[in-house]
Design a protein around this ligand. Structure first.
Ligand code: ADP
Ligand code: MG
Length: 601
């Protein structure tokens, strides 16, 4: 079993491989940038107090040394522009660090997303077939796109932002405390108030936004339904009804967004109020201390600048915290995929010669533990190199039987063996490579016909492709296309008719020359004549393959060496056409319906 992620932190760390260094560098540069931002007010206060004024400066040792080196305070008094140059240099270095922070932060984010997407995709392609029937495609795609984006934003915007803010606040408070501890405390008291208030609002804003977003989703799906289903809407005269439905949803949607706007307006107004109050308090308090000579004029200026610098980080802290809590949902959703177990072969899985008897031995199967049996005690043997026909109504379990043979699902009980080996012990890749399966609903990729036919066989030549197409009675149709085999199959193969798609799928299988070939209702969309032509061509070219033909049409099956009639998951009848035709039973009834006389065979 592959690694299981017990919590969200583990998952994030797992995907951080390769991008961790970038994020660490980003944080370091953010800290350096904050530090440089905070130096300038100190320079200004020094200028006011010790250069313009005459106070003895309490400067850090290295700085004192530096000033001595350029000629002492006296020199600076006569060359005050020098301070200006210095301020600019400090600001530029701060800007450079900020640039480096952004650079490494986005490098980290892109690398992280790439690692995460690759990891997810790699994992998803190894998930068992059954997983996909439980999990809707749209949902999986959403997890791989918008949830991944949310997590990227969480790391590269929210988390780094959060760390930056914390560093900024800590450094500011420290710098403030070097001026006046009392005033620093006065400024700090406002921090929990502002953070709590903004957390409170952001929680509500988030909820309201989600609600509004949902309403928008409903509204757009109404619009989409009406656009794609415009023919039905018109044909059934439902325009009025649909218009009313749209209007009422539109009203709900508008109200939801209005509520959001009001909330946001309140948030900003109250926020501005509290921040204003804080700025005022500090300015007033500072002035008071300055008058009392507890702090100097320069200190006052520096302190007020620090306090102004604090306002934004504190105000965004609440937003960042509430945004971060939302990322948790996305991480959970990705963790669900990553924790789904991959398909793994037995350690001692083997590869057997697939030219052998296929045995279904008391096979039963249900799709879910709590759903009814789809196959119930099915047993039959297909001798190597023979053809088996399977007849049965829709839902009788024919396709399921083939999925089991392909080991797309595990049997619930019983055994399936090929050449004497239980398929549980056969390497899955090998098994599937050796079973050609033409699905009932073939899926073609948005590539050329040629590429679709030769998919997965890099060595296939044009001749191979043409030969397969001839057997599948597809060659002629393709030659009618302007671009022949290079004709691109549109998205989901829309440019081909149902019958052409089926025949492409048949060619796709024929070219593989697999020892076992399965046609799951693969000739249903072609006329009887083409059906017969294809079967004849197959007969001549298949040689020693074991063939399973599934069909509703008796004419398709009747030449098979053996035919089983499947009814509601059970084998109802077994025999060849002659035998079944002469028995009372489902087979004979269907023959009668399809006008198959005793004489035809
Ligand atoms: N992925 C699935 N999950 C649950 N039930 C399924 C699934 N696929 C098919 N079934 C059910 O299994 C039964 C047999 O289906 P299937 O093998 O496709 O029949 P057939 O090919 O004979 O028409 C049907 O009742 C169908 O509803
Ligand atoms: Mg089927």
């Amino acid at each position: 079993m592959k690694k299981q992620f017990e919590n969200n932190r583990q998952l994030i760390f797992y995907f951080l491989k390769g991008s961790k260094a970038y994020f660490i560098l980003a944080i370091l540069f953010a800290a350096a940038a904050s530090l440089f931002d905070l130096i300038n007010p100190r320079i200004i206060s020094f200028t006011v107090d010790s250069i313009i004024g005459s106070k003895e400066a309490g400067l850090p040792a290295f700085f004192k040394g530096f000033i001595q080196g350029i000629g002492g305070i006296a020199y600076l008094k006569s060359h005050i522009y020098f301070v200006g140059v210095f301020v600019v240099i400090v600001a530029l270095i701060g800007a450079l660090f900020r640039y480096l922070f952004r650079l490494f932060n986005s490098k980290g984010a892109e690398k992280f997303v790439k690692v995460m997407r690759d990891g997810l995709f790699e994992h998803i392609v190894h998930l068992p077939f059954a997983w996909f029937t439980h999990n809707p495609t749209g949902d999986i795609i959403q997890r791989c796109t918008s949830d991944v984006e949310t997590i990227k934003r969480f790391l590269s915007e929210q988390l780094t932002q959060m760390l930056r803010i914390v560093i900024m606040i800590a450094l500011s408070l420290y710098f403030m405390s070097t001026i006046s501890t009392k005033m620093m405390l006065a400024a700090a008291i406002f921090i929990p108030i502002i953070v709590t208030y903004s957390l409170f609002f952001h929680k509500r804003i988030g909820e309201t936004f989600e609600k509004a977003d949902e309403e928008e989703g409903i509204l757009s799906s109404i619009a989409q339904e009406n656009l794609t289903g415009v023919r039905v809407v018109r044909a059934f005269g439902r325009e009025r009804y649909e218009r009313q439905r749209f209007e009422s949803q539109n009203t709900i949607y508008t109200k939801a967004f209005m509520k959001l706007d009001i909330l946001i307006t309140w948030f900003w107004s109250i926020g501005d109020g509290i921040s204003g109050l804080q700025l005022l308090t500090i300015a007033g308090l500072g002035a008071y201390f300055a008058v009392k000579k507890e702090i100097t004029a320069g200190d006052y200026i520096a302190f007020v600048s620090y306090n102004t610098m604090l306002v934004w980080p504190i105000r965004s802290l609440g937003r960042v915290i509430s945004d971060m809590s939302r990322a948790n949902v996305s991480i959970d959703r990705i963790r669900y995929i990553m924790n789904s177990e991959e398909e793994v072969d037995d350690k001692d899985a083997i590869e057997v010669d697939m030219h052998g008897d296929i045995v279904f031995d008391h096979v039963s199967f249900r799709y879910n533990e709590d759903s009814p049996l789809v196959l119930d005690d099915v047993s039959f043997i297909i001798k190597k190199g023979t053809t088996l026909g399977i007849l049965g109504g829709t839902g009788s379990g024919k396709s399921t039987l083939m999925y089991l043979l392909d080991h797309l699902y595990d049997v619930s009980s019983g055994h399936i063996s090929i050449n004497g080996v239980d398929i549980q012990h056969i390497n899955r890749d090998y098994l599937r490579k050796n079973i050609g399966l033409v699905l009932q609903e073939p899926y073609l990729f948005s590539k050329s016909i040629e590429e679709n036919i030769a998919i997965g066989i890099p060595t296939a030549t044009r001749d191979d492709v043409e030969e397969a197409s001839k057997i599948a009675s597809l060659n002629e149709a393709i030659n009618h296309f302007k671009n022949g085999y290079k004709t691109s199959v549109g998205e989901r193969g829309v440019t081909l008719s149902g019958g052409q798609k089926q025949r492409t799928a048949i060619a796709q299988m024929v070219i593989r020359k697999t020892p076992i070939m399965i046609f799951d209702d693969s000739l249903s969309a072609v006329d009887s004549e083409t059906d017969a032509k294809i079967r004849k061509a197959l007969d001549e070219n298949i040689h020693d393959a074991t063939v399973i033909l599934i069909s509703h049409r008796i004419t398709t099956l009747m030449q098979a060496d053996q035919i089983i009639v499947l009814n509601k998951g059970k084998v109802a009848q077994v025999g060849n056409h002659q035998q079944l035709r002469s028995q009372e039973g489902i087979y004979r009834k269907i023959c009668d319906i399809q006008n198959i006389g005793e004489d035809i065979s």
